[in-house]
Unconditional design. Sequence first.
Length: 172
Amino acid sequence: AKTFSSRPRCRSAKSLALARATEAATARSSRSSLLPGAIAALMEFINFLSSVKDEQSGSTPWREAMRSLVLLLAPMMPHVAEELWEQMGEPYSVHLQRWPSYTEGLANAEVVTLVLQVDGKVRDRVQAAAGLSESEARTIALANERVKKFMDGRQVADVIVVPGRLVNVVTK
């Protein structure tokens, strides 16, 4: 199996990270017979690739991402995957190729979108480091201008943090 550089340039870093995450999700889903999870990960990957096609098409990371996508599609859509494989000019039969390997560290996102809520209503979304602690997430939420605006001088009763996903500021 080919390996990918962990330090690609520009947006290719995101496409390779998403490829690794998709490979990890598909592998986990196929091991536990959760086909919907594998399909969801593949659709997210396809949507991302569609959004960067114009700027990355033809580059090495693009070809590797497409190769990985077709390999991951093969168990679920064997005939379509075989046709795509042939059109890509790859060696005979996608089904005779090794399953894409992934490194768990590369499959984990470096940045997550943190949803900021005030009294259960979404007020903002911010990008934050994936390993953010609860206290750091709380600090980010309470310092956010949109959160402050919707608190409207009310006191904070509680701050509920779902690590890596959301922060809900409950007011009195």
